[in-house]
Design a protein around this ligand. Structure first.
Ligand SMILES: [Zn+2]
Length: 473
């Protein structure tokens, strides 16, 4: 069966056929490093990771690019407010982002280009657009993309989203990176330096200034993946104007189709409501780790809903993830005991392994526009059957090994395997150390309070020959 995906460009489910199979060029819009990424952002990045891992399971050679947006409107505002430098400010949040990516066991993209390191490419792309008559310098010193000229060349503006051009006011311009589709207008490619930019500016043929956010992604994606590539991913909030503008800039400059398949992940609600700081349902990954959940549990939870469905993220759901993972771990643990903990043989991508059709059924579920619920369905059906065989003691060591090999193959996509299964968050280990210190100082009241805090966060203290250790309750 072939992989089918919903392409926002055609608004339909299409068979995936890359431009130069087995190679796949995939670009995911990365983080704007001005704060810690929240759980809604993480849904999109985990979705990108699922797409890449699924393609790799199917034998494609993926080149995964994810940009780091390290200069745009919001960043400059924060740099000004914090009285710091651009590099110092963005460096801090980029490091946190990459750490969080690891916590969620997302594969590191092959390329993570920074906008500030591609200013020359951005300028040369704008020069191409000016040479083709599609971009112009306005009286304010900034360079804008002309939607009228672009459409005049026979190009379509509004490929991902239907736009009503009758409502457009000719000659209107928008300088800010974010705007609604009701205010569609010529957008800024290069923003002339203004006092609020502080020392964030670069020289250009049009004077000092900085790039607009949209042109950054066009320049970096085409630089690394070429003028046309296979997959472009992002959250659905990026469809307009960001992705629409990316298409216009890239196709306007190269005259070639930019991206073959556009994939968009749906929004996330938290406890049934739109996430907001005032409602107290705004979570960064770090907030959830501090509550005692692990990256593995959070990843599992984010992977339970289909990417095109609005997902209601809840703390109850995370507890459910813990239970579900414990079921898988218990089953895997027993299989390992039977298999004798021998090293597992590596398997080829197309090799048929394990219990009847497990890998094939799992893979077929993902072929159906990444039907993750059906994919989990095959996993839990397998766990149920395996537990049954374990209960009747009818599994041989060879069968247990084959089952574990099949699981490893599946887990190359799910990424929730036992390798990250017993991670203990750093915060919990710090609490354990604090408790040991309290006991040493004979402050038993404090030691007990810390024990209760650990318990509330789902961790029990276990005495072992090597001293005290934390254990999941
Ligand atoms: Zn982008």
């Amino acid at each position: 069966m072939a992989l089918k995906l919903f392409n926002t460009l055609s608004r339909s489910i299409q068979e995936f056929a890359p431009l130069a199979s087995p190679n796949v060029g995939m670009y995911c819009c990365g983080p704007t490093v001005y704060d810690f990424a929240h759980i809604g952002n993480w849904r999109t990045f985990v979705f990108g990771d699922l797409v890449r891992r699924t393609l790799e399971l199917k034998g494609y050679a993926v080149t995964h690019v994810m940009n780091i947006t390290d200069v745009e409107d919001k960043i400059i505002k924060r740099v000004r407010e914090n009285k710091t430098s651009l590099r110092e400010f963005t460096g801090k949040y980029e490091a946190a982002f990459l750490e969080d990516l690891k916590t969620l066991n997302c594969l590191l993209p092959h390329h993570t280009p920074h906008a500030t390191e591609h200013i020359a490419d951005i300028i040369s792309l704008i020069e191409k657009l000016i040479a083709r008559g599609i971009a112009y310098k306005a009286a304010d010193g900034s360079v804008y993309f002309s939607i009228e000229k672009y459409r005049g060349c026979g190009c379509t503006y509004g490929q991902l989203l239907k736009l009503n051009f009758d409502e457009m006011k000719a000659g209107e311009r928008v300088k800010s990176d974010e705007y609604a589709k009701e205010s569609v207008a010529d957008f800024a490619l290069w923003k002339a330096r203004v006092p609020e930019d502080g020392d964030v500016f670069w020289p250009s043929p049009w004077g000092e200034g900085r790039p607009g956010w949209h042109i950054e992604c066009s320049a970096m994606s085409t630089k690394i993946l070429g003028p046309s590539f296979d997959l472009h991913l992002g959250g659905e909030d990026l469809i307009f104007p960001h992705h629409e503008d990316e298409i216009a800039q890239s196709e306007g400059a190269t005259g070639k189709p930019f991206v073959k398949y556009w994939l968009h992940g749906a929004h996330l609600l938290v406890e049934g409501k739109k996430m907001s700081k005032s409602l107290g349902n705004f979570f960064t990954l770090r907030d959830l780790l501090a509550k005692g959940f692990t990256g593995r549990e959070i990843r599992y939870s984010l992977l339970t809903a289909h990417y095109r469905e609005t997902f209601n993220f809840t703390l109850d759901g995370l507890h459910g993830a813990r239970t579900a993972l414990a079921r898988i771990d218990e089953c895997l643990g027993k299989l390992r005991d039977i298999a004798g903990r021998a090293a597992l043989p590596r398997v080829q991508a197309d090799q048929q392994v394990g219990p009847t059709g497990l890998v094939q059924n799992f893979s077929a579920a993902l072929d159906d526009d990444l039907n993750i619920s059906a994919a989990w369905g095959t996993v839990f059906e397998w766990v149920r059957e395996t537990n049954h065989r374990l209960a009747e003691n009818s599994l041989s060591a060879a069968e247990a090994t084959a089952a574990l090999t099949a699981w490893n193959k599946i887990d190359s996509v799910l990424g929730v395997g036992a390798t990250i299964g017993f991670e203990i968050p750093a915060e919990m280990n710090l609490l354990l150390e604090a408790r040991q210190a309290a006991r040493k100082a004979k402050d038993f009241k404090r030691a007990d309070a810390i024990r209760d805090e650990l318990k509330a966060k789902g961790w029990a203290i276990e005495d072992t020959a090597k001293g005290q250790r934390l254990k999941r309750i």
